[in-house]
Design a protein around this ligand. Structure first.
Ligand SMILES: [Zn+2]
Ligand SMILES: [Zn+2]
Ligand SMILES: [Zn+2]
Ligand SMILES: [Zn+2]
Length: 288
């Protein structure tokens, strides 16, 4: 069956796997598609399918994941980093670039034809962009803003160097590493870094009772979109996923209302959120 590897520099490469393929067959296909010189190099990256990372170290685990690898699926190849910013713009830019490249391949006379959108590689590329968007929701996944490599952070520390282009950056906010302003710690560079900002807030007086303080911002517990206090109600409806929750206790509106009135203090101090709320591609046990 045909599968696609999503390689570095956002390249989509078609490959073949026979029925009943083994881990070894998979690695050989990966090596060929990625043009890796050795099997060691092939084993030195991570492979993600439908937001799951494949275990290429253990044949028995791999066997239980094989059903994820289906005809025409996209396998995203990710660089391992052992030592933020919204990327949807970057993704759109890539989509446009690739469309342009695809159009270049088509003779001018049929440029207007719908057919050009239907080449298998282009369809796989669109799928890959979706898959990558999903991967990037994980706190341990990021895309190098210089070389576009997909990366997975296995140490969860902020200071990282892209092994493909040598860019030194904060993994979580993608900014160039600045040793004067940034700290190499877990989950953040300590300088208004993306995820840290999502977990922190300042307090402002609640509109109908100024003695009660309410957070200015909160991250939606369901989709992780950042929302601001509307100056009225302690209940907030997320603009993205429409989840309605309390800015103080973070429970759903219904659950909070069971315990307290809409203008009452349901908790003494606002309930804190922490880094464990964000999804991760690698569960901590798999970091070997
Ligand atoms: Zn890079
Ligand atoms: Zn940062
Ligand atoms: Zn939401
Ligand atoms: Zn509440």
């Amino acid at each position: 069956m045909q599968v696609f590897f999503r390689g570095f520099k956002s390249k989509t490469i078609s490959s073949q796997l026979k029925d009943g393929f083994t881990l070894n067959d998979f690695l050989l296909a990966a090596q060929q598609a990625m043009d890796f010189a050795t099997l060691e190099e092939t084993r030195g990256v991570r492979y993600a399918v439908v937001n799951k990372v494949l275990d290429i170290k253990h044949e028995s685990v791999f066997a239980t994941q094989k059903h994820l690898i289906t005809k025409d699926c996209v396998i995203v190849v990710m660089v391992r980093l052992l030592g933020g910013s919204s990327l949807s713009e970057t993704l759109d830019t890539i989509a446009k670039q690739e469309l342009f490249i695809e159009m270049e391949k088509v003779p001018t006379s049929v440029k207007t034809s719908q057919k050009l959108f239907k080449t298998p590689v282009y369809i796989a590329t669109l799928q890959a962009l979706e898959d990558e968007k999903q991967l990037l929701q994980n706190i341990d996944c990021q895309r190098c803003v210089d070389c576009q490599a997909m990366m997975v952070n296995e140490s969860m520390t902020s200071q990282q160097v892209c092994p493909l282009c040598d860019r030194e950056f904060c993994f979580f906010c993608s900014r160039v590493w600045n040793p004067l302003k940034m700290q190499n710690v877990y989950n953040s560079c300590g300088n208004e870094c993306v995820y840290e900002t999502m977990l922190t807030f300042s307090l402002t007086p609640f509109c109908s009772r100024p003695d009660m303080m309410i957070p200015t911002h909160r991250t939606c517990p369901q989709c992780f979109n950042l929302g601001a206090y509307d100056g009225k109600c302690k209940y907030h409806t997320c603009q993205v996923c429409k989840f309605t929750f309390c800015f103080l206790c973070l429970k759903t509106k219904g659950k909070c209302e069971d315990q307290s009135a809409y203008d009452n203090r349901c908790v003494q101090t606002p309930v804190m959120q922490d880094y464990t709320m964000f999804p991760r591609l690698l569960n901590p046990g798999l970091q070997s």
